[in-house]
Design a protein around this ligand. Sequence first.
Ligand code: SF4
Length: 226
Amino acid sequence: MDTSSALSLDQAYELMLKHHGHQGWWPAESDFEMCVGAILTQNTSWTQVVKALDQLRCNQCLAPNAMHAVDEATLAQWIRPAGYFRLKARRLKAFVGVLIETFSGDLVAMLEGETSVVRERLLAIHGIGPETADSMLLYAGNHPVFVVDAYTRRIFSRHGWCSEHESYQSLQDLCHEKLGCSCCDEKVSRVEFWKDYHAQLVRIGKEFCRPRQPRCQACPLGALIG
Ligand code: SF4
């Protein structure tokens, strides 16, 4: 990526922010709920995740000890709306198992430390891949990592900022390199900037940059197309 493309990434944020305003992500009432949502949202829409979270809330299961205590089959039924419910129940139980058994249920302790060390800690848990781990790191742990997802890849590749098949790591490296904070280089500002940048991309991906027939004319990023 050249300097002009890096400028485009900054311009893209300005355009998205102007159009949608700050997104205030991640939508969750607690950091634990955020992490649960990050696992539930794998391969499903957020609308379905909200239904599953509501069921967990109704059953007083949105707390580490409660989720650790419930049996996997019951948990699976509660999160059924999120799809792949048996698989996701196993993943939630694996996550909460490490949280309770290694960190006494203290999520702050689990997410505390050198970013690369905490990332490896999360990736070692069954069912947690790079996107899920990085979401937890950024939104619950306030670590400076950029979250890459299918929307990021689609939007960036359609603008020529990366290739269509760019790997997760390479796209994340690119974002880390090119998307410093626009106002200063302090870690806190960068974390807040990346939280909102990812949220803005998700919104653009949902509303305009669909897999087929992107709505470029109505999209805030239309001005940056070729
Ligand atoms: S819809 Fe068009 S303008 Fe908007 S992000 Fe996708 S490719 Fe860019």
